[in-house]
Design a protein around this ligand. Structure first.
Ligand SMILES: [Zn+2]
Ligand SMILES: [Zn+2]
Length: 224
């Protein structure tokens, strides 16, 4: 979440945490894609917004709007009409409620996914999930030079086949992508929840490729 500008990136189960962080009268929720782990939180919005005078626009790739409406909000699954406006994006940018624009970046993932890049006066942020990191990936160019990169890293090394199959990333290719895009720092997110290791990703093993990696944790606050 970017509380100061009222933006939430994806709507997973963690969206309940945003309730105490809302600072604006309007929220823009940007969906990378509509796999359940990225949209289930749309059904939590009644609780998130309970007692608050806040309006919400959900931005979703045009071809996927019907999936949200017909399936996630099928009355047998969820018997209340959504409490947000849903808006399609199909170009290379999204206009936010405050009039500013966010670049959309197509990613490689089953059914497709989009990353987002925010550029402000002195800083910038790219959010890249879900995708298979690859040094030939087309999304590297649009994220070049970004200040802060938030990149998925579902798998540690050794799960390359699974990563390819599921459209997720292993650690070394993420480090290689970061080395090419040259962000000041990179936070790793969307780590396999079945990986309960104290050190889920061996950052030392890729330190010679790119040194400014950090495994993000729930509730972490960063300045961008
Ligand atoms: Zn996905
Ligand atoms: Zn996902």
């Amino acid at each position: 979440m970017l509380p100061e500008i009222g933006v939430i990136l994806d709507a997973g189960s963690g969206i309940f945490r945003t309730r105490d962080l809302i600072e604006t009268e309007h929220l823009d929720i940007l969906l990378s894609h509509v796999h359940l782990d990225h949209v289930i939180g749309l059904t939590f919005l009644f609780d998130v917004l309970q007692g608050k005078d806040v309006t919400v626009t959900v931005h979703v790739c045009a071809e996927k709007i019907s999936t949200i409406e017909a399936h996630l909000f099928d009355p047998l699954l969820f018997p209340v009409q959504p409490n947000f406006i849903i808006r399609a994006f199909d170009g290379d940018s999204i206009k936010l409620h405050d009039g500013s624009s966010v670049a959309t970046i197509p990613l490689q993932h089953p059914g497709g996914s989009h990353g987002f890049r925010f550029d402000w006066d002195t800083t910038s942020l790219a959010y890249i999930t879900d995708t298979t990191a690859d040094t030939n990936a087309s999304y590297i160019e649009p994220i070049k030079g970004v200040t802060t990169l938030v990149h998925e890293c579902y798998f540690s090394d050794g799960f390359e086949e699974k990563a390819e199959l599921t459209g997720h990333s292993c650690l070394t290719p993420v480090a290689q992508v970061a080395a090419m895009a040259e962000p000041d720092r990179t936070y790793l997110v969307h780590i396999n929840p079945l990986n309960e290791s104290d050190v889920p990703l061996d950052l030392d093993s890729v330190a010679s490729i790119y040194g400014n990696l950090e495994v993000a944790f729930d509730g972490q606050v960063i300045d961008v």
